[in-house]
Design a protein around this ligand. Structure first.
Ligand code: ADP
Ligand code: MG
Length: 680
């Protein structure tokens, strides 16, 4: 089982705050003539897309859909992926004149999808992004007063409830990709039900229409939860897909994915290939291998271009997957499960499915969260297969045996049953829901998960001993970060190290800042040495960031030092956004402790007190302060094989043993001060 770090942040991802314009014309100031040309171009794009819209399966259902929404408060819409649900539904309602008293909100579990949908729909309507169509994802809001169709992540709509408890600016809320069952979507279901009820009972409010949408959904379950019987099925367009299983179990899915994709390229007629991989790291390795393979192809063969699709990919690169492959080339798309239902890519005829995805799991008994590579469910496998048959008959190569498929779970377990609930419980408390046990969950979390979350929030002083939210808790809830990080950021003001904390939170937002290629492990380790601080990983990351900035993110420098340039760019973006956030929250982002790292580590302890561990006598590893559990330092840590009296970590992962990651040296005497402060 592999494990990745990237736990610091509550949303699935941070991203560039740079808005892209609808056509590739940049958002600079225009003179009159340029403005006219620009408007004309937008208009022409919309005209062209109109023909495309008419071909979508949902187009024929237009009137029925509008009528059903008119007649019902809550409806469920189910339709094959690519049928046009996410892009067309809001436009139909708008065109039918249903939207006069507020805007339409459409939620997505993933920010990538929210952004790409908003851009597409702005193009289709013929408006500039941010005018009538906009998006709002964490730290990046392009919507304005005139926005009538707003795409947002489920997390953002939840946050809007903090300032607008009845969501009065919306008259229709569309909860899209409902089957994904993220923790935030699940909580949103319950909250939207409450809002709808409250607005119904208050004659001064306009009623709220709710639409629940999905490609694959247990519609009955949702129908009874939302007290509706109205289920609209959009007839799909799906061609047969022939499925191939591996004869034997594959020991190395990456190797198998490479072999299969290149075999398809050599032996099969044109058509793009979509490869499903668990995460960014695998995607980047495979990209390299395929690109190298591409250079060995004879000139008379189809050329290969690769396209990547994962959550942390910068926006400019995400949109590239939609470009059709140029003549004489075959596109190979390397994607995470984003391409399963969130984003439809045209032109795919072949699917290569590793059968793996990254999954977050929380073990409430030991308080350990892990992000590990797991087998997908049967539903996911079938959804992946379907991607090959959208436009013509297709082929799906499953890199696992039929027997392995039969052993897969039917569905993926909803996040609320397996993740750390602290951030979501803090939000519920901030909404004034004191009895979180009795909240109307679609699927209730286990008592032990709830208890863990409440305990953690109490220790962070976000809740008092009656379980009520404190002023600090309220402030923490306004940060779209995991509670421990929000607490550290708030504490950093008093401890004069906000700048360093912002840097650390940003650095921890990516999988990894170092590259460690299999065949150059030793060289990579050698280069890493110059950044290493005896105080451990966090300060080592800070050293690297400083050096990166001195060299202005130079590509050669990154290569030489085995630094992941893409991820570092991401870090810089996240930092920009955190700086804005702190400024908004009246925390000066420039307060610095310079190199007084003792102060910085003490500040980190305010949030990670329970994540400290004391060295045991003999060679027996460390024991956590939180719950006396024996843990070890992860081999990837700069403190591996080093003995320090006490350490603090930001993440615990479970592989063969429990391992601490992102480890720093602390002194046990600090813990006394912190613990009395925490319990005061
Ligand atoms: P659904 O929600 O039913 O899965 P969508 O409304 O997202 O379908 O997509 C309908 C069609 O629009 C798809 O064929 C898709 O390829 C295309 N499309 C959606 N977003 C974009 C985009 N950003 N760029 C290009 N094409 C897009
Ligand atoms: Mg959709």
């Amino acid at each position: 089982m592999k494990s990745k770090r990237r736990h610091s942040l509550a949303d699935d991802d941070f991203e560039s705050s740079k808005n892209q314009n609808v056509t590739n014309v940049s958002n600079k100031r225009f003179n009159k003539k340029q403005r006219k040309n620009f408007d004309l171009e937008i208009h022409n794009v919309a005209q062209r897309l109109k023909e495309f819209r008419k071909e979508l399966p949902i187009w024929k259902e237009r009137e029925k859909l509008v009528q059903t929404v008119k007649e019902n408060e809550t409806i469920i819409v189910i339709g094959e992926m690519g049928s046009g649900k996410s892009t067309q539904t809001p436009q139909f309602l708008l065109e039918a004149g249903l939207i006069s008293n507020g805007a339409i909100a459409l939620t997505q579990p993933r920010r990538v999808a929210a952004i790409s949908l908003a851009k597409r729909v702005a193009n289709e309507i013929g408006t500039k992004l941010g005018h009538r169509v906009g998006y709002s994802v964490r730290f990046d809001d392009t919507s304005s007063q005139s926005t009538v169709i707003k795409y947002l992540t489920d997390g953002m709509l939840l946050r809007e409830l903090l300032s607008d408890p009845l969501l009065l600016k919306y008259c229709v809320i569309i909860l899209d990709e409902a089957h994904e069952r993220t923790m935030r979507t699940d909580i949103l279901f319950g909250m939207i039900k409450r809002v709808q009820d409250a607005r119904k009972n208050d004659k001064s409010c306009n009623p709220l229409k709710v639409i629940i949408m999905s490609a694959t959904l247990n519609a009955q379950k949702f129908a009874s939860y939302f007290n509706t019987t109205t289920i609209l099925q959009i007839p799909g367009r799906q061609f047969p897909v022939s499925v191939n299983y591996s004869f034997v179990a594959q020991p190395d899915y990456l190797d198998a994915a490479f072999t299969t994709s290149t075999q398809i390229h050599t032996n099969q007629p044109p058509g793009d290939i979509l490869v499903f991989l668990p995460g960014q790291e695998d995607i980047e390795i495979l990209e390299k291998l395929i690109t190298e393979y591409g250079t060995t192809l004879p000139p008379d063969k189809l050329k290969i271009i690769t396209c990547l699709l994962f959550a942390a990919l910068p926006t400019e690169q995400q949109t590239k997957v939609f470009d059709p492959s140029p003549p004489g080339t075959r596109k190979i798309i390397l994607a995470t499960n984003i391409a399963e239902t969130s984003i439809t890519i045209n032109g795919v005829r072949y699917v290569v499915d590793t059968g793996k995805c990254k999954m977050r799991k929380f073990n409430s008994r030991v308080g350990m969260e892990s992000l590990s590579i797991e087998n997908i469910s049967k539903d996911s496998a079938d959804q992946r297969m379907g991607r090959a048959g959208r436009e013509a008959p297709g082929f799906c190569h499953r890199l696992y045996t039929e027997e392995e498929y039969n052993k897969m779970e039917k569905n993926t377990e909803p996040e609320i049953k397996r993740c750390n609930l602290a951030s979501i419980i803090l939000l519920l408390k901030a909404f004034g829901i004191d009895n979180v046990l009795e909240f109307d969950y679609l699927d209730a979390p286990s008592r032990s998960l709830l208890k863990r979350a409440l305990e953690q929030l109490f220790i962070l002083k976000a809740l008092n001993n009656q379980g009520k939210i404190t002023d600090l808790g309220r402030k923490m809830s306004e940060f779209p970060l995991e509670p421990a990080y929000a607490k550290v950021l708030i504490a950093s003001e008093q401890m004069s190290c906000t700048r360093e904390v912002i840097n650390i939170v940003s650095l921890l937002s990516v999988d990894s800042i170092f590259f460690s290629p299999q065949d150059q492990r030793d060289q990579a380790l050698d280069m890493k040495k110059k950044f290493i601080s005896p105080l451990g990983d966090l300060i080592t990351y800070l050293n690297l960031l400083r050096s990166y900035e001195t060299h202005k993110g130079d590509l050669d420098w990154c290569k030489q030092n085995f630094v992941n340039k893409r991820n570092m760019k991401h870090v810089i973006n996240v930092r920009k956004q955190l700086i804005q956030l702190c400024t908004r929250m009246n925390i000066s982002p420039t307060t610095t402790c310079d190199e007084d790292y003792e102060l910085l580590l003490k500040c980190m302890l305010c949030g990670f007190f329970r994540n400290s561990a004391i060295l045991q006598p003999g060679n027996n590893g460390y024991k956590t302060v939180g719950n006396n559990q024996v843990v070890n330092i992860h081999p990837s840590s700069t403190l591996f094989n080093k003995k320090n009296e006490a350490v603090m970590y930001t993440e615990l992962v479970l592989t063969s043993k429990p391992y601490m990651k992102n480890v720093s040296v602390i002194q046990s005497s600090w813990l006394v001060g912190i613990s009395s402060n925490l319990l005061e």
